[in-house]
Design a protein around this ligand. Structure first.
Ligand code: OGA
Ligand code: MN
Length: 279
């Protein structure tokens, strides 16, 4: 197995691993170390079943269930969420336009997931040009790059994160809204395994900062959201069918590039890792 950093602000490719086979404890430990170090890791050319994807995800902690997965999973694997623009008989087969603005997954829960995994099954392509990339921003590098005065101002601040703050691609039901009251998280997060700090703040979900006037908080959220997504903190993943990619929801934020539409098809299988503490 080799770990080949992308040379960008996040991400590494892992080669020499067949995720459909049995992984030794040493291989798993090496994958986990690369995941902790790079925030995003990916494997090309994989052929795995939904059950194998779920089993691989479980190595990183228990599976978390995503509220949208209740609507779009695959037969026999309720842990998978289908992320897709494909329609069958006029009905979507998956969650469409997932994550089209910068975010970290499920920040609206009290215990957001450690990470998320996507397995690319179909990637849209226009005359050989792959579309539907995913962008990642290294929020730990963004923290490191802040001036000391700003770091001091942010230290110990707690944000309010609201499920209803984000405009979603599909309407949220009343029941889904009721199950997700606003939650609090520190906006400077310490990685539960590496101890590295990262900025945990974004537009939409983060609707306020405790003890701060709303105008001041809005200005800070805007400034930091722009800072985190500066070009120098970005890795942009260009998908190929057979890619299996994992991101760390503490270290990076991500955003789907929606530059394709039907008849070009995109089909991903998504699994969500169990919680990582934020406090
Ligand atoms: C997600 C997500 C982005 C993409 O599944 O959480 O944000 O490019 N997906 O599909
Ligand atoms: Mn997402």
């Amino acid at each position: 197995m080799d770990v080949i950093p992308t040379g960008r602000a996040a991400g590494a490719e892992i080669t020499g691993v067949d995720l459909a086979g049995d992984l030794t404890p040493e291989t798993l430990a090496a994958i986990e170390a690369a995941f902790d170090a790079h925030g995003v890791v990916f494997f090309r050319g994989q052929t795995i079943t939904p059950i194998q994807q779920v089993a691989f995800t479980r190595h990183f902690g228990e599976i978390a269930f995503n509220v949208f997965g209740e609507r779009w999973s695959v037969p026999g694997a309720p842990e998978i969420v289908v992320v897709s623009n494909v329609q069958e008989n006029g009905e979507p087969v998956g969650l469409v336009r997932a994550g089209e603005r910068w975010h970290s997954d499920m920040v609206y829960t009290a215990t957001p997931p450690r990470g998320t995994m996507l397995h690319a099954i179909e990637v849209p392509e226009l005359d050989g040009l792959p579309l539907g990339d995913t962008m990642f921003a290294n929020a730990a590098a963004a923290w490191d790059a802040l001036p000391a005065a700003m770091q001091q101002r942010l230290e110990d601040k707690v944000g309010i994160f609201d499920f209803l703050g984000r405009k979603r691609s599909i309407p949220v039901t009343e029941d889904e809204a009721r199950r997700h009251p606003p939650v609090r998280h520190p906006i400077v997060r310490r990685h539960p395994r590496t101890g590295r700090r990262s900025l945990y703040i974004m537009r939409d979900d983060c609707t306020g900062i405790e003890g701060m006037e709303s105008d001041e908080a809005a200005m800070l959220i805007e400034a930091l959201a722009e800072h985190i997504t500066r070009p120098e903190f970005i890795y942009r993943h260009c998908w190929r069918p057979g890619d299996v990619l994992l991101w760390d929801n503490c270290t990076v934020q991500h955003k789907a590039v929606i530059d394709y539409d039907l008849p070009l098809r995109r089909l991903m299988h998504r699994t969500t890792m169990g919680a990582a503490p934020t406090m």
